[in-house]
Design a protein around this ligand. Structure first.
Ligand code: PMP
Length: 400
C-alpha cells in the first residue's frame, strides 16, 4: 500500500494521542537506523530508552523465534513453570544486591509502578506515597497520581489521595515529605521527563535513611535509566544506595513489552495472601518477551557495550559546542541539550527530524532536546549526529 494511504489510515483508524504525531512510516529498523522508503533515519531516542542494543539484533530475533516455536502464552502469570521467566529471574537477581531476589513480571512500566504501589500498601498497611516533583511514572491512574504537574493529570481527577511531592535533591524537604504514614517513596535516580537530571548521592542516601527511620519502602523507577543506559547495568549502582523495590520496563524487554517490580521474597510474599492473587496479570512475563529479555541481557553482559557509554557520552558533549546550547545535562546516553526557550528547541528538533535524525522533546522540560541513542552507536555516527545537530542549530538561530 502506498505510504500516503497508510499514513492517512493511521490518522483515521489508529487512536491518536496528539494532534501532531510524527506520522513517519517505518518499514524496518536495524542497528541505529530506521528505514522509511528510501529515507534513512538515525535513531537518537531508542523508542524512549527501549532499543538499548539497537534494532533487529539477530541474537534477540533467534531467541524470540525459538521460543515462538516452543510455546507462546500458556496460562495467567504465576501458575506454570515457564523456563524463559525462571531463567530471566534467576539471571537478573544474580546481578542485583542480595535483597532484590524476587521478580514480579508484568507487561509495562505503568503496570509495574501500579504493582509496586499495591505492594507497598500491602506491606506497610499505609496508603500515602511520596514522589518527586516533575517525575513521570506512567499514565495509568495510580501512576498518574504520582505526577505533580496538573497539565496531564487534572482532567482525570479524582486520582489517588495522600500523595506528597518533594523537590529533587532537596534534603531539607525530606523529613516533612516522608513520615510514619508514608507507604513508599518513588524516586527516578536520573529524572527522565524533567530533562535528564541525576539525583545527588547525598540526597539519595538521606532519602534511604529517612525511609528506614519511618518504615517506608524506597522504590527506584529505573524504567528509563536501567539496562546500561547510564554506563552501569542499573543507575543505582553508581549511587551506592539500594532500594527496597526496583521497577523495570522499556529496555528490559529487549524490544518486546515487559515490565517488572523486583524486591525481596519476604516483601513480595504479601502479594500471595490476604487476599491471594494480590496482583493478577494474564500476559505478565510473557514467555516470548522473557526470552527476548534474557537474550538482550546476555548480549549486554557479553559485549559489555554499556561500559563504553560514559566515554561516548563525553564524545557527544565535547562535540556539541555552540553558543545557542545553554547546557547539556544527564548521564551516559540520557542526554538533554538545553536551549534558550521552547520555541527554538522545537524548531531545532523539527529540523533534525526532517534531516533524518530522530530526536525528541521532554514532557516537563520544553526547552530541552532528548538524546538517548542505542548504546551501540559508534563514534563515527556520533560525529555525524553532532554535525547534523550543530547545522540545524545554526540554521535555526540564523534562518536567513
Ligand atoms: N517510568 C518512567 C521513568 C518512564 O519513563 C515511563 C515511560 N516513559 C514509565 C514509567 C511508564 O512506562 P510505560 O510507558 O511502559 O507504561
Amino acid at each position: 500500500m502506498p505510504s500516503t494511504n497508510l499514513r492517512n489510515l493511521f490518522l483515521q483508524h489508529v487512536a491518536q494521542t496528539s494532534d501532531n504525531p510524527l506520522n513517519i512510516q517505518i518499514d524496518r529498523a536495524e542497528g541505529v537506523y530506521l528505514y522509511s522508503g528510501d529515507k534513512v533515519y538515525i535513531d537518537c531516542i531508542s523508542g524512549i530508552s527501549v532499543s538499548n542494543l539497537g534494532h533487529s539484533r539477530p541474537e534477540i530475533i533467534d531467541a524470540v523465534n525459538e521460543q515462538m516455536r516452543k510455546h507462546t502464552h500458556l496460562m495467567v502469570y504465576g501458575e506454570l513453570v515457564q523456563s524463559p521467566q525462571v531463567l530471566l529471574a534467576k539471571e537478573l537477581t544474580a546481578l542485583l544486591p542480595d535483597q532484590l531476589n524476587s521478580v514480579y513480571f508484568v507487561n509495562s512500566g505503568s503496570e509495574a509502578i501500579e504493582g509496586a504501589m499495591k505492594l507497598a500498601k500491602r506491606y506497610t498497611d499505609r496508603f500515602r506515597f511520596t514522589a518527586q516533583k516533575l517525575a513521570y511514572h506512567g499514565s495509568t491512574q495510580g501512576a498518574l497520581s504520582l505526577m505533580s504537574d496538573p497539565f496531564f493529570s487534572d482532567a482525570f481527577t479524582p486520582l489517588l489521595p495522600g500523595i506528597t511531592f518533594m523537590d529533587q535533591n532537596s534534603i531539607e524537604q525530606i523529613e516533612a515529605s516522608i513520615t510514619h504514614e508514608t507507604a513508599a517513596v518513588f524516586i527516578e535516580p536520573i529524572m527522565g521527563e524533567k530533562g535528564y537530571l541525576p539525583c545527588e548521592i547525598k540526597y539519595l542516601k538521606a532519602v534511604r535513611k529517612r525511609c528506614d527511620e519511618v518504615g517506608a519502602l524506597l522504590i527506584f523507577d529505573e524504567i528509563q535509566s536501567g539496562y546500561g543506559r547510564t554506563g552501569s547495568l542499573f543507575a543505582f549502582e553508581q549511587f551506592d544506595v539500594i532500594p527496597d523495590v526496583l521497577v523495570l520496563a522499556k529496555g528490559f524487554g529487549g524490544g518486546l513489552p515487559l515490565g517488572a517490580f523486583v524486591s525481596s521474597k519476604e516483601i513480595l510474599s504479601v502479594m500471595t495472601h490476604q487476599p491471594v492473587l494480590g496482583h493478577i496479570t494474564t500476559f505478565g512475563g510473557h514467555p516470548v518477551s522473557c526470552a527476548a529479555s534474557l537474550a538482550a541481557l546476555n548480549l549486554l553482559l557479553e559485549t559489555k557495550i554499556h561500559l563504553d557509554v560514559p566515554r561516548k557520552s563525553e564524545l557527544f558533549k565535547s562535540k556539541l559546542k555552540h553558543p545557542a546550547i545553554k547546557s547539556i545535562s544527564g548521564s551516559g546516553f540520557m542526554l538533554a541539550i538545553e536551549f534558550e526557550d521552547a520555541v527554538l528547541c522545537r524548531k531545532i528538533i523539527d529540523a533534525c527530524v526532517l534531516e533524518g535524525l530522530l530526536v525528541d522533546w521532554f514532557l516537563f522540560s520544553e526547552s530541552k532536546m532528548r538524546i538517548a541513542p542505542p548504546l551501540i552507536m559508534e563514534d563515527e555516527v556520533i560525529a555525524r549526529v553532532c554535525g547534523i545537530i550543530l547545522d540545524k542549530i545554526q540554521e535555526s538561530v540564523q534562518p536567513f
